[in-house]
Design a protein around this ligand. Structure first.
Ligand code: SF4
Length: 283
């Protein structure tokens, strides 16, 4: 990736970053690389959740008999499109956290180029489809850039003043862990815990998709599904130098650390920041 003179750049950092890079050093290293703003994608995840809630509530209020399938994983979406097109209407028609943040940035910072940095190759395809993300880098590609441009691993503590730019620090930091979407969806008014199926891996999911009858899978109302075992903390674009369980622990520790020790300083996203943006999409 090239940073062009005269252009301004936003980095949207997927919350699984904490499993691969030191925090808060990573934010400063990204600035040294050339990003003008560095944001978490967690506010986008909150918007995904809020829009999911209204789509699912509307469906339940209308009395629809349907098992909804979570759609933030482009690998699952593409698999359904190719192998099970009859299930396309079951995909929740809402942008992923990356898609939502792309729309938010286009509205609030239209003069910036928006670059998503995360654990996944297939996000590159999604970015092309949605058109609001200018470039996608995997964590592996980011590490290569750091090396090529001699960005040090460590940053002097005296250089710390504030870590992320707005938007930062939402409860959706656990989104990259399997089940993170439903755990932050606040679904108690929509369905029971036993009506949610959390699952990963295309081999197992294939059996589930084949078990659908007339748009319904068994007694389930919502499938919180991802391609990678353990969730996006085990994505194909990661350096993955630790075990999945260690990575899971890191995400939970980071959420706890930010909740306890990081000041808000007006950096968390509010509903009003996204007012007027339509986060629904079509598949
Ligand atoms: S589960 Fe894997 S393939 Fe799906 S979005 Fe996450 S990292 Fe990408």
């Amino acid at each position: 990736m090239e940073f062009k003179n005269g252009e301004k750049y936003i980095c949207l950092l997927a919350p699984s970053f904490v499993t691969e890079f030191e925090y808060p050093e990573i934010v400063y290293r990204l600035r040294m690389l050339g990003f003008d703003k560095v944001m978490e994608v967690t506010f986008g995840a909150k918007m995904t959740n809020m829009t999911y809630y209204s789509v699912l509530k509307d469906s339940i209020d209308k009395g629809e008999k349907k098992t909804w399938i979570a759609s933030p994983c482009p690998t699952i979406v593409n698999y359904i499109k190719v192998k099970y097109p009859e299930l396309i209407p079951n995909l929740v028609p809402v942008h992923s956290p990356m898609g939502c943040m792309g729309l938010i940035c286009r509205k609030l910072y239209p003069e910036y180029k928006v670059v998503f940095v995360g654990p996944c190759m297939t996000k590159k395809l999604e970015a092309k489809e949605v058109g609001t993300i200018d470039e996608v880098l995997t964590f592996k590609e980011l590490e290569t850039l750091f090396k090529e441009r001699n960005i040090p691993d460590k940053v002097e503590e005296s250089k710390y003043w504030i870590s992320f730019d707005k938007f930062y620090n939402d409860y959706t930091k656990i989104y990259p862990i399997s089940g993170g979407l439903s755990a932050t969806l606040n679904y108690s008014n929509l369905f029971k815990e036993s009506e949610i199926l959390v699952m990963e891996g295309l081999n197992d999911l294939m059996k589930v998709f084949e078990g659908f009858k007339d748009g319904v899978y068994k007694h389930y109302k919502f499938l919180d599904v991802l391609n990678c075992k353990g969730g996006c903390i085990n994505g194909p674009g990661m350096l993955a130098t630790t075990s999945v369980s260690e990575r899971r622990k890191k995400v939970l520790e980071y959420r706890e650390f930010a909740r306890r020790y990081e000041k808000d300083l007006g950096r968390s996203g509010k509903k009003i920041d996204a007012e007027g943006i339509n986060f629904n999409r079509k598949f």
